[in-house]
Ligand binder design. Sequence first.
Ligand code: HPA
Length: 273
Amino acid sequence: MAGGALRSGRRPVRLAVLGGTGVYDPSLLAEVREERVATPYGEVTAWCGSLPATGEPVAFLPRHGARHSVPPHRVNYRANVWALKELGVERVLATAAVGSLTQEIQPGTFVVVDQFLDFTKTRPATFYDGGSGVAHVDVSEPYCPQLRGLLAAAAEELGVPVRAGGTYVCTEGPRFETPAEIRAFARLGGHVVGMTGVPEVVLARELSLCYATVATVTNYAAGISPQPLTHTEVLEVMNANLARLRALLALVLARVPRERACACGRPLEVFGA
Ligand code: HPA
């Protein structure tokens, strides 16, 4: 598994931001340098820098590539998560643009999701794919409760509209959903819908990382919104909320304690390796 030796005597990078739609540049960090990380799934380019407030090393990885060039169903989730582990990362804050499944959760709200429903279809979803044994990872609590608590508290403090908890529905994309799908997802208990949260969250758990997502609601989902959805609309609302999102991430990154008060790091049971 990844993350054995730390790279070339550098200070370990314990924290990472996995940037989703609209979050492409590492300007949250100071003294940023590019790092190319070799993984069994291909090379990943990450940016490593430090938090201006504390000097703490932080890695930044834009999930879709620097110019949003990789569609959600083609993101190399395994390479991205492996690369973070390889850099020494223990805790990951992910961002995501999402549609809302209900009138009550309005665009501009930050949702700190705590469950997911997986409707993806074609993505490699595990590191345990044959060869390295069989693992049935527990995802009773898929998102790190400690990081979720920090995100929700910091959002409250900054006065940004936040919902602590919510079920993220992950679709395959790249198309948006039909209104019938959205009605079904809402009936199943979903609150927001996006295309990238799974398998990323599961892969992070397979490598014993803490992982939490702050989802920015950019639109009402299909059928709730009266107009057809566009990626331009998603980007516009994301950009309008970017300053608040950055402030939130900076505050949380500065507060993540060294001790992990959660079970995310517990070793995985692997059979037949
Ligand atoms: N559906 C799926 N993904 C999304 C949406 C949506 O409505 N908005 C932002 N990402």
